[in-house]
Design a protein around this ligand. Sequence first.
Ligand code: CU
Length: 176
Amino acid sequence: MISIPGTRGGWFAGACWAGVVLVTTIAGLPVAREATGSAPRSHSILVSAGKYEFDPPVIRVRRGDILKLRFAAVDVVHGFFLEGYDLDVTIPPLSRQVTVRRGGSTEVVAEVVLIADRAGKFRYRCSKTCGAMHPFMVGELVVGPNRLFAGAAAAAVGLLFGGGVWVLIAARGRAS
Ligand SMILES: [Cu+2]
């Protein structure tokens, strides 16, 4: 780094360098975490299907989380088709065994394990015609981003902006 004569210049150069190191560290940490995979959480959820709604109507998880889904149809046969995740489950009434179709194969299981590897909002809807209001039997899976990453990114932007304002004020101070 170029040495600026006078204590004030030296102080600014040092502060700028410290700022760069801080921003790089804060921005870099979650990137490294993402690469190695931040600890995923596991959610065991019982999805109850009945005319004409799902319970829970909204499922919120974070990207990378593991969903262990069990199903119960309380009246007639319902379906659980999850958009964006290639998953279609047929839920017979009064049974814990469901038929799962995904990736071109079909199997009968008691629990469906799903990794929420895609962020965004995905509708789940009944895929078995179950009555007059069947088209309105929908729910939503919300897969949120890595909060740590979003927080660190915001902090980095804030630091950069703050640093920029600071440099401008310093430049004006020196010019006058
Ligand atoms: Cu239905």
